[in-house]
Design a binder for this molecule. Sequence first.
Ligand code: 6PG
Length: 248
Amino acid sequence: QVKPEIQVFANAEALTQAAAAEFVQQAHQAIQARGRFTIALSGGSTPKSLYALLATQPWRNQIPWNQIHFFWGDERHVPPSDPSNNFRMTQEQLLFQVPIPQENVYRIKAENPDAKAAAAEYEQDLRQFFQLQEHQFPRFDLVLLGMGANGHTASLFPGTDAVHEQTRLVVAPWVEELNSYRITLTPPVINNAVEILFFVTGAEKATTLKAVLEGQYQPDRLPAQIISPTQGRVMWMIDQAAAHLLET
Ligand code: 6PG
């Protein structure tokens, strides 16, 4: 098991600046090594400010936009016209603001009334892009994740089968507490990434964060604990408010 790296920042703003630097560095590394940068984005508040920041200087000019391929780690079961749609948020903050070729954007088609079919379709999209054989998982260069106060990450919610999925790339769990479906990458896909980056901010997450990082392993209650890269690194970028209970 890889030990997570932990970085604590004074506030969300400092964290977002460091996240932008990390994004740029990973993009350059991946492009140098493999000629492209594949990233799975997340929804949530910190990513939202990160996306807005990346669209501004000096970051904007340091990013080879046409060599980046944008995917999503999870999506709400709503069409892009819905303000809670993760793809829509990214479009507003980033994709509309910078020169990204449309064909480099691979969104989850969550407007499909059948969430399971939308998940299957996205799985196909991934298989095709990454040219996967059966039983192979994609290897994203970077996966961005958040963590909810209930310990969920991506759309892996407590008590759902998605947390233990071993074979599928994308699933559509019914999330009782939200009374809706979500569409999400599965743990083996996330854990196969080159780098996984968690953003956690706010005092309301401090207790959960401590339990996830320092407590007993119980991924059914705390799905974020299932995230542990098989051949990559995982970094937790945390603000002081969320980190204040940690021993480290
Ligand atoms: C989403 C996410 C989800 C998110 C957490 C944390 O689409 O909502 O992918 O997993 O990262 O809920 O969200 P916040 O950072 O906004 O608290």
